[in-house]
Design a protein around this ligand. Structure first.
Ligand code: KG4
Length: 340
């Protein structure tokens, strides 16, 4: 009999449900919330209310698109955390209710492990291109910047992580500061593609080991723009492409320096990226380029699997289902990774 897993993701501002059968994707429905646009960031209370409105239609659509009846499900995988507590509560409560009503086991998934395993979502008619274990994942999102060693679908070791801001946060905060809008990553990415990455230089941190820091480069950009604007009020407007290209290059340099170091230290040359910032075109081409130079095998997730989605939760849950895991009904969501 086939193993059919429903995945539910509600950690931030996307309500998503996906169905996979024996590891192959049947559907992946995502309802993105527009309600935050006017606020320059996600408003937690509005996010949980929108999840409440979206969760039933999103799950129904995912099942209908997959051509699967709820009674056929083998397990319900859901994001337990990390993320916004109110948002997580909606997905977790829904998973519990469905699990109870269908008498179907539920399986909790760490959202970050979903991003890390996104390359394992198989699609009918597409070649299977999956990293071999152990591999390194550069996990870069709005809340995290980590290098993770993945020894199996159930074994993860954080080799290094940011000691302050996440790289996505640096993109978002600096975009806001430059008046370019939210979320900042895609805007800076687009402007950077039209600019000169070597024109301006921003301070790079000097952090020992494999840890990251992004708060210094953010401050460096802030002071640079402030000083230049004092001399020429049109400086930002006339140079935004070059500023974005130079700033993005600095962030990518910081990420790549540690990733190269981690590969050298561990001898691992299977390299993946995951999380929202893995959609960045500059980072994707740089990883491919470094990979060719260094004999890495690199795996870049499809764009639709870089941002929050339930397909990655379903596949991470599938591996746990195969290992016989079940989550008890009294489980509570957690907002922080340290609590996982
Ligand atoms: O993984 P994600 O969707 O959400 C969580 O943080 O959980 O990541 C969102 C982050 C935001 O900071 C956004 O600006 C960034 O991913 N992002 C990008 C790009 N697309 C999204 N950053 C750089 N370049 C992009 N193309």
């Amino acid at each position: 009999m086939a193993d059919i897993i429903l995945g539910i993701e509600s950690s931030c501002d996307d309500t998503s449900a996906a169905v996979i059968r024996d590891g192959y994707l049947l559907s992946n429905v995502i309802a993105s919330q527009q309600v935050h646009k006017d606020y320059g960031g996600v408003v937690p209370e509005l996010a949980s209310r929108a999840h409440e409105l979206n969760i039933v239609p999103v799950v129904s659509q995912a099942l209908a698109k997959a051509g699967v009846e709820a009674s056929e499900l083998s397990a319900i995988a859901f994001t337990r955390g990390p993320g916004l507590l109110g948002s997580l509560l909606v997905g977790t409560s829904f998973a519990k209710a469905l699990s109870l009503s269908l008498d179907c086991p539920m399986i909790m998934v760490n959202h970050l492990q979903g991003h890390i395993l996104a390359n394992f979502v198989r699609q009918e008619g597409r070649p299977v291109v999956e990293p071999a274990f152990p591999y390194l994942c550069l996990l870069v999102s709005g809340g995290n910047s980590q290098i993770v060693k993945v020894s199996s679908p159930l074994e993860f070791e954080i080799l290094g992580q940011t000691i302050d801001d996440a790289v996505g946060e640096a993109f978002d905060k600096c975009s806001k500061m430059m008046g370019l809008g939210y979320p900042g990553g895609p805007v800076i990415d687009r402007l950077a593609s039209q600019g000169n990455p070597d024109r301006f230089h921003f301070a790079k941190p000097n952090i020992p080991g494999l840890d990251y820091s992004f708060s210094g480069v953010k401050t460096s950009l802030l002071y640079f723009v402030r000083d230049e604007m004092a001399k020429d009020p049109l400086f930002m407007e006339n140079n935004k492409e070059d500023i974005c290209a130079s700033f993005q290059k600095t962030l990518i340099d910081i990420l790549m320096d540690k990733l190269i170091k981690a590969s050298k230290q561990t001898g691992i040359r299977e390299i993946t990226i995951g999380g929202g910032v893995s959609a960045n075109s500059g980072l994707r081409s740089r990883i491919t380029l470094e990979g060719k130079k260094r004999g890495w095998r690199t795996y870049l997730p499809e764009f639709k699997f870089t941002t929050d989605n339930a397909a990655m939760i379903a596949i991470a849950g599938y591996f746990r289902y195969l290992a016989g895991e079940k989550t008890p009904l009294d489980i509570a969501p957690v907002s922080r990774i340290a609590d996982f």
